[in-house]
Design a protein around this ligand. Structure first.
Ligand SMILES: *Cc1c(COP(=O)(O)O)cnc(C)c1O
Length: 365
């Protein structure tokens, strides 16, 4: 018999995912949406946090019954974790995929008339219900306004489908002052009037915060569930970061004024200082956009990242605190929020979150 490999628990940097916080944030989203139904966006491995762990707790502990993923492969994987739930595939429906949708009881989000016709040709008895996505201004996926008009008039085609949801997606929900929000709302509202008995959905996280007009019958938060802030406004009360990344101090170096740190010597000490080397680098998803501008947190203090991010390491100025080798330093989480990391790096909160790589020891609480 082969013995399972045995590793020490403290040899890697750590990603701690707080499943309770995700459940609480999901419930908070539902409350913010005034009791309309609430789906969970779990595409891209639940925004990098682990769909295998995240989806079942949302189902069992938060009562979530509707999940969206990007592609059919994600959906088939998800089906094994939440056997009873409704699963939608945002990317649409393509030739040869019908039997997979049917076998796993997965619903496509149909994005153009070709996809709608292809879906309509399938045997109705075997076919799950579908969603239809109308593009109201993002110009990405969904029926164009011209296709939308054709589809609304095509009673014969519509009658062949079992449409369970009509939806659209906001382009600028992170900016409540952007006039496109109201235009998309008006256009989507007009579309929904042609589908009076079918549930409608428009709002992602940012859309939830735009207010009740945007909520319709189903909201679709992603970022808010993980504790990110979808807008420039203050984050809603009782939404909290659902994850924490900590690195370990491998070594601490005393530097004299004038000595530099890291590849390219891009940072030079302007006082005698203590520089800690931490076991997280760009191979973990902590990218070089954080060179000389990222922040870490330990002992109640914000600490600057100094020099360039290396593949496996970063350097942090710990001169102002008492700390030793082997101690943990937070790179993202409660004290270094996605908002803060996004602001210094110009990466979006979504990119930082989904950029988290595999090398971390993962702990689910
Ligand atoms: C990703 C996505 C969402 C969730 O967006 P967040 O801003 O993370 O809440 C909702 N709807 C669609 C169509 C999406 O692609």
């Amino acid at each position: 018999m082969i013995k399972a490999l045995d590793f020490p628990t403290d040899a890697q940097a750590t990603l701690t995912v707080n499943l309770k916080a995700i459940v609480d944030n999901y419930k908070r989203c539902r409350a913010l949406a005034g009791g309309t139904d609430c789906a969970a966006m779990v595409k891209a491995d639940a925004y990098g946090m682990g769909i295998e762990q995240v989806a079942p707790v949302l189902y069992h502990k938060a009562g979530c019954r509707i999940f969206f993923v990007a592609n059919l492969t994600e959906a088939i994987t998800l089906r094994s974790f939440v056997p009873e739930s409704t699963i939608y595939v945002l990317n649409g429906f393509f030739p040869g995929h019908g039997e997979y949708f049917t076998r796993h009881n997965i619903r496509p989000v149909l994005n153009d008339l070709d996809q709608i016709r292809l879906w309509a040709e399938m045997t109705p008895e075997a076919r799950p219900p579908c969603a239809v996505h109308f593009d109201t201004g993002i110009n990405r996926l969904g029926l164009t306004p011209a296709e939308t008009d054709l589809f609304i008039k095509d009673i014969a085609l519509r009658s062949q489908l079992d449409i369970a949801l009509v939806m659209s997606h906001l382009a600028c929900s992170d900016d409540r002052l952007n006039p496109l929000n109201a235009r998309q709302l008006a256009d989507f509202t007009a579309i929904t009037r042609h589908f009076p008995d079918i549930p409608a959905s428009l709002a992602n996280s940012g859309g939830i915060l735009l207010g009740p007009d945007y909520h319709f019958d189903l909201v679709r938060p992603g970022l808010l569930m993980f504790g990110g802030n979808p807008g420039k406004h203050t984050i809603p009360e009782r939404i909290r970061p659902a994850f924490r990344i900590t690195g370990k101090i491998l070594q601490i170096r005393q530097l004299e004024t004038g000595q530099s740190v890291g590849y390219g010597s891009t940072w030079t000490a302007d006082r005698p200082c203590h520089i800690a080397t931490i076991n997280i680098g760009y191979a973990d998803g902590y990218l070089q956009v954080f060179n000389n501008c990222g922040q870490a947190f330990a002992k109640g203090t914000l600490l600057p990242i100094v020099g360039r991010v290396s593949m496996d390491m970063i350097a942090v100025d710990v001169t102002d605190i008492e700390i030793g080798t082997g101690s943990d330093v937070e790179l993202l989480g409660e004290h270094i929020t996605l908002e803060m990391a996004s602001e210094v790096s110009t990466l979006s909160q979504y990119e930082i979150l989904t950029g988290v790589r595999e090398r971390y020891q993962r702990i689910y609480k």
